[in-house]
Write a protein that binds this ligand. Structure first.
Ligand SMILES: [Zn+2]
Length: 172
């Protein structure tokens, strides 16, 4: 990931402040997931300053390898709004979306991704990530999506620490 193509969050930049509560909601949901035996990932979908859906990863709960937080949040938002188009929405994801989720975000026409930790952080935590960044996906896929990375990184790193400390934790 290079700073040239992704807007890196910096605490000194006040513009991001209103967005903190949406990421905080995703983080809180993720802690809930970790406590119930799920993996340390969450996502929150927001439109016009309103949370439409907020989900944690449910892969082990449902034995569905595609039940990543972003996918479950997209499913819930589409169900609630009765549409498959999430135009005007932003997704706050505790970790950089994997290529599967990035594609789902693209298909749903979500306009902006804000993420905390990176795909590399998730790989370091033991997850079998494909090493393709969102910026590479954006560039190679000619996507116009806006991407903000490293947002509330410290708070999001804490999710991996919490997960690592759990006995019986399972990655995939
Ligand atoms: Zn994913």
């Amino acid at each position: 990931m290079t700073a040239s193509s992704i807007d890196l969050y910096h605490p000194a930049i006040g513009d991001f402040m209103p967005e903190k509560r949406f990421m905080a909601a995703a983080i809180e949901k993720t802690f809930e997931g970790i406590r119930s035996g799920q993996t340390p990932f969450g996502a929150c979908i927001v439109r016009n300053g309103e949370i439409i859906s907020c989900e944690h990863n449910r892969v082990w709960e449902t034995t569905d390898i595609t039940a990543h937080a972003e996918i479950t949040a997209i499913r819930e938002a589409c169900r609630k709004l009765g549409t498959v188009e999430l135009t005007g929405c932003t997704i706050y994801s505790t970790t950089e979306p994997c290529p599967m989720c990035f594609s789902a975000i693209h298909w749903a026409r979500i306009e902006k991704i804000v993420f905390g930790t990176s795909i590399r952080d998730a790989a370091d935590a033991g997850f079998n990530e494909l090493a393709i960044s969102n910026q590479e996906l954006k560039k190679d896929g000619c996507s116009h999506i806006h991407i903000v990375g490293g947002f509330m990184r410290e708070e999001n790193i804490e999710l991996f620490r919490e997960f690592a400390a759990r006995p019986g934790k399972k990655t995939y």
